[in-house]
Design a protein around this ligand. Sequence first.
Ligand SMILES: [Zn+2]
Ligand SMILES: [Zn+2]
Ligand SMILES: [Zn+2]
Ligand SMILES: [Zn+2]
Length: 481
Amino acid sequence: MKKKGIFAFLLGAVLCLGGCGGDCSHVWSTWAEERAPTCTEEGMEKRICSKCGKEERRETTATGHKWGNWEESKAPTCTEKGTQKRECEICHESESKQTDALGHAEGVWTSDEEWHWKECPVCGEILSAREPHKAENGTCTVCGGEVVGLEYAVYEKECHVIGIGTEEGDIVIPATYSGKPVTEIGKSAFYCEEITSVFIPGSVVYIREGAFDDCEKLKSVRFGDHVKTIETNAFLGDALLSEINLPESLETIGTEAFVGCGVTEIVIPDSVTELGESVFNRCKNLQSISIGSGIKDLPLMFCYGAENLTSVHLKEGLETVGDSAFAECSSLAQIAFPSSVHAIREGAFEFSGLREIVIPDTVKTLENAVFYSCKALVRAEIGNGVVSLGEMGQFADVGVFEKCAALKSVTIGSGVKSIASRAFENCVLLTSIFFKGSREEWKAIKKESRWAPSTNDWGMSQDVLQEVVCNNGTLTGTDMK
Ligand SMILES: [Zn+2]
Ligand SMILES: [Zn+2]
Ligand SMILES: [Zn+2]
Ligand SMILES: [Zn+2]
């Protein structure tokens, strides 16, 4: 503008020089506006020389807009920019500018039955991945929402039932949850809950420790066909549990898994190869049990105190009958051993209801107290494989047949080389023993003190045995000792 003004002045001066012949010393009027400036365009003013009439012009500066306040024409959203607009009070020209998007507000938890996620409270956009609830007592510990149904722990590829949640009564465990297979019933998942039945789907592989421990009202369990492991204490104390099917997929039953259960009939499938101790200990309603061919050793106290057990089916493959395995099975009148059995451990049948017993030739070891106090036992036949009746040198232990007060008939195999202390103590009816070997072989048997049938009341001992019938004659008196 300034340059233009100077230029106009010079132009006027040059013209004046021409018009006035170069000798007028102009006498100028004041500058007068010829054209008013606008917001954006220069104005023009002029002056006139009063002597020569020369005119001179110059531009005046544009005024510039007189802007009003910015006003919002489009509000910004969480994700989109907004627009503001202002207008010139003079020429009403307008301009606009963008304002930044607001960004989402802090997410709030939103949920449905299975999942929770965070949403923007303003626009509703989902801000976090959908994840399954972590329920505890019907409430999700993450989102605080109410969770209906069982409680689950969800992992990358599977999920586990970990609690009863809001369920009760008859429980049906689904095969999938959150789109993943349900593979485990977690540790103590139903501990002490008032459930009456449970259906376990084929997806479940593990029943973890104490999963149904102390479910006092549980009557029925249906296993799917993929359960491999039932862990320790899984059904401990479920006194009303009478219906149970052990699937062909089962491999392991943990220690005390069914202690005190109400089961009446058990078939352990051939697939089971591992059994813990005391699995069916004190199952007072148990009447019948069949032990699959996968079991080599029946562990300690396997069916201890199953007082109504009448039928035991042992299959070929079984090698040892463990300590007290059938002790106090007071209704168990008979049992047949497969030819694979080679050892019967301490107290295996003590206080049981056995009436007669045949130990096959394959059995080599008969430990102490195996038939201790079997009050109904009348007849015992010991195979030729047994080397010792009880364990030698264990004077404190009770004898193999000690206190078998009804025992009348005993046949001892020809393989016996020793008879341990108290083997027949208080077998008060045992007046005669049959020995399959010769008289000489009988005499050569190592016999510990108090081995023989005798009454022993308060330390007052009286001999009962009158004869030992051998294959080449009968021994009596001191010859038979
Ligand atoms: Zn002039
Ligand atoms: Zn304007
Ligand atoms: Zn938003
Ligand atoms: Zn939740």
